[in-house]
Design a protein around this ligand. Structure first.
Ligand SMILES: [Zn+2]
Length: 236
């Protein structure tokens, strides 16, 4: 007697199961709730076209003290659709939503970043306590996607927090600077490297700046940041 079904038999049964689930619960757009042509799409084409890629660069950071960041890109405008998307990304464990957007704008994002000749891409690390609460680091997948598509190394462990920091939301610029000053360690040789850091949202940039200063002090030649959007700049 067979204890396991052969793969050739199992696959059509699995496909039938997925089809049945789609029939009972048709896949819906994560943003507007409309029907999706394919479940893996997560966002409908209409919603995707409603969030045009901006890809603008910011040089003025409201950070206290030395500025280590050479620039920061925001891919999208901080408008309601994007806020829904970022919320999904942060709290509903839907990092693939952002990958869907990145894949949609793949050529443009690659063209934007390719000319910078980055050597390395790395996410800004969450404190382990926060990472545990959320279950995953939501920007790690984005950093990995960028590494794959730019053909460069992505290293989720490039930066390591050496101590816990209080939440930044209630702090002013000087307090934010003190809060994140020297909390990161670099885990590999970055001498002469051009590094792209990745975060979901750019607020004051103090955490990214602290990462950038640490990397520069370790010999990095340049550090820029890529984020999805920033609340300081609304619609176009
Ligand atoms: Zn939609």
């Amino acid at each position: 007697m067979m204890s396991r079904l052969p793969q050739t038999l199992l696959r059509p049964i699995q496909a039938l199961g997925t089809g049945f689930i789609d029939l009972v619960y048709p896949p819906q757009c994560e943003i507007c709730g409309g029907k999706l042509s394919a479940p893996a799409h997560l966002i409908c084409d209409g919603c995707l076209q409603a969030v045009p890629l901006r890809g603008y660069e910011i040089h003025d950071f409201s950070v206290h003290g030395e500025v280590g960041l050479d620039g920061a890109w925001c891919l999208l405008d901080f408008e309601p659709t994007i806020q829904t998307l970022i919320h999904l990304l942060k709290y509903s464990r839907r990092p693939n939503v952002v990958l869907r957007i990145c894949n949609f704008w793949r050529a443009e994002i690659v063209a934007l970043l390719e000319k910078e000749s980055f050597d390395l891409v790395a996410p800004i690390p969450l404190h382990t306590r926060k990472a545990r609460e959320r279950g995953y680091n939501q920007v790690t997948k984005l950093a990995r996607w960028l590494g794959e598509n730019l053909g460069i190394v992505s290293d989720a462990k490039l930066l390591k927090r050496n101590r816990y920091t209080a939440t930044q939301t209630q702090l002013n610029a000087a307090e934010r600077f003190a809060n994140v000053d020297g909390v990161f360690d670099v885990t590999r040789d970055v001498t002469g490297k051009h590094i792209l850091l990745v975060d979901d949202v750019l607020t004051t940039g103090s955490t990214a700046n602290s990462c950038a200063l640490t990397l520069k002090n370790s010999g990095a030649a340049g550090v820029k940041l890529l984020t999805l959007a920033t609340p300081s700049r609304g619609g176009a």
